[in-house]
Design a protein around this ligand. Structure first.
Ligand code: ADP
Ligand code: MG
Length: 383
C-alpha cells in the first residue's frame, strides 16, 4: 500500500505533471460485498458496503483538445481525443477511455481535461478498484463539464463502460455501491429494479477484510463463463433471469438440466434467499444468523459455483474457527482469489486479526494485508 494517501498523491502528481493546481478532486470508494455473490447479473440481491479506501482523481481543464491522464500507481500516461475514442493497450487507461466514451454515448458533453489518479483500493482483490476508478473518473469528467447526474445513472453508465469497452460482463453492484453508499450502512440492492435500502451496521460490529494475496482478473474467462452458464440455466427454466425462480421451482422443473448448469443455478437461487435473510439478520444485529448465512454462501461458491480456491477455503475456515458464533466469514468478490470478509463484534476483531496474521501466509510467503474497514461514503467531490 502507498505511503502517502491517495488524495495527496493525486494532487502532487497533478501539480508536478501539469504545472498548476487541479480544479477539482473527486473520490469514489471500493467496496466489500457482505453477501450476494454473482447474483447481481442474475437480477438478484446483493448486500455490499463501501470501504474507507478510494480512487482519487485530480482534474482540471486541458490546454488542448485532448483528455490526458496520469496514473500514479502505474507510473504511466495516456492521451486521447474525446471525439474519437479508440481502445488503449494499457489496461488502466481503458477504464478512463471507457468512461469518456460511454458518457458521450449517453449524450453528456464532456470536455477536454487533464487528470491524475491515485488509489488505495487493492487492485484485482475483489474490492472493486475498477468500479471506484470508473465512478471517480466519471464524476470528475462530469464535474469538469458542469454536468450533474443521478448516482444510479452514473453507475449504469459505468457498468456499460466496463461491459462494452473493457470487456468484463460485470453486474451493477460495484458501480452502484461506489456511487451511492452511505456511511455506517450496507446497501441491500435489488439489481433488477435498482431499488436500494440502507441497512444500518450496528456500532459494535466490525468488518475485517483479509487479502489472500491471490489476484484474479475479472476480464479473464471464468467470470464471463459463469455469467453465460447462468443465462443458459435461466433459459432452461423459461425465465428472464434466475431471480425469477425459487428453490422449489429449481428442483421441480429441473427435468434434464445437466448437473453443472443445475449447480450454477442452485448457487444463485439459494444466494438470493441468503442475501435477503442476511439483510434482516444485520438489521436485527443477529450475528450468529448472519455468520451462518455467510458460511453457507462460501460453501455454495465452493461446491456449486466453483469459484473458490483451496487456499481461499482454508483462509475462510481459519477465520470462521476464530469467529465462532460471533459472526462469520466468506470469500468476497468475483472469485478465484481476492479477499475474505469477516464480520464479528468489535471486541473480537483484534483477536481475529492477530490470529490470521500469525497463521495465514500468502502465496509469496508473506503475512496478509488485513484491514478493519469502516462502512464509508459513496463518491463525492472533495473540494
Ligand atoms: P477489482 O475491481 O476486483 O480490483 P479488476 O480486475 O476488476 O479487479 O480491476 C483492476 C484493474 O482496474 C487494474 O488492473 C487497473 O487496470 C484498474 N485500476 C484500478 N484501480 C486503479 C488505479 N488506482 N489506477 C489505475 N488503474 C486502476
Ligand atoms: Mg472489478
Amino acid at each position: 500500500m502507498p505511503v502517502k494517501d491517495a488524495k495527496s498523491r493525486a494532487f502532487a502528481a497533478y501539480v508536478e505533471e501539469y504545472g498548476e493546481k487541479p480544479e477539482y478532486l473527486v473520490r469514489a470508494p471500493g467496496r466489500v460485498n457482505i453477501i450476494g455473490e454473482h447474483t447481481d447479473y442474475n437480477d438478484g440481491f446483493v448486500l455490499p458496503c463501501a470501504i474507507d479506501r478510494d480512487t482519487v482523481v485530480a482534474i482540471g481543464p486541458s490546454q488542448d483538445n485532448n483528455i490526458k491522464s496520469l496514473s500514479c500507481d502505474f507510473d504511466a500516461k495516456d492521451e486521447f481525443n474525446p471525439n474519437q475514442i479508440n481502445p488503449s493497450s494499457q489496461e488502466w487507461a481503458q477504464y478512463i477511455r471507457a468512461m469518456a466514451k460511454h458518457l458521450s454515448l449517453e449524450g453528456h458533453q464532456i470536455k477536454a481535461a487533464q487528470l491524475s489518479l491515485a488509489g488505495d483500493v487493492p487492485l484485482g482483490s475483489g474490492l472493486s478498484s475498477s468500479a471506484s476508478l470508473e465512478i471517480s473518473v466519471g464524476l470528475a469528467l462530469l464535474k469538469q463539464a458542469d454536468i450533474e447526474i443521478d448516482p444510479t445513472q452514473l453507475a449504469q453508465i459505468a457498468q456499460k463502460a466496463e461491459n462494452q469497452f473493457v470487456g468484463c460482463s460485470c453486474g451493477i453492484m460495484d458501480q452502484l455501491i461506489s456511487a451511492k453508499a452511505q456511511k455506517d450502512h450496507a446497501l441491500l440492492i435489488d439489481c433488477r429494479s435498482l431499488d436500494t435500502s440502507a441497512i444500518s451496521i450496528p456500532t459494535d460490529v466490525a468488518i475485517v477484510i483479509v487479502n489472500s494475496g491471490i489476484t484474479h482478473s475479472n476480464t479473464g474467462g471464468e467470470y464471463n463463463e459463469r455469467r453465460a452458464q447462468c443465462e443458459q440455466a435461466a433459459q432452461h427454466y423459461g425465465v428472464r433471469a434466475l431471480r425469477d425462480i425459487n428453490m422449489e421451482i429449481l428442483d421441480s422443473q429441473r427435468t434434464n438440466l445437466e448437473d453443472m448448469a443445475y449447480r450454477r443455478a442452485r448457487h444463485v437461487v439459494s444466494e438470493n434467499e441468503r442475501t435477503l435473510s442476511a439483510a434482516k439478520a444485520l438489521k436485527d444485529n443477529d450475528l450468529q444468523k448472519l455468520g451462518a448465512l455467510m458460511r453457507a454462501s462460501h460453501a455454495s461458491m465452493r461446491n456449486d459455483f466453483e469459484i473458490t480456491l483451496p487456499a481461499i477455503d482454508s483462509l475462510s475456515d481459519m477465520m470462521n474457527d476464530i469467529i465462532g458464533n460471533n459472526g462469520g466469514a466468506r470469500m468476497t468478490g468475483g472469485g478465484f482469489g481476492g479477499c475474505v470478509v469477516g464480520i464479528t463484534t468489535t471486541n473480537k476483531a483484534d483477536n481475529l486479526i492477530e490470529h490470521i496474521t500469525a497463521k495465514y501466509r500468502t502465496p509469496l510467503d508473506k503475512t496478509p494485508a488485513i484491514f478493519k474497514c469502516k462502512a464509508w461514503y459513496g463518491a463525492n467531490i472533495i473540494n
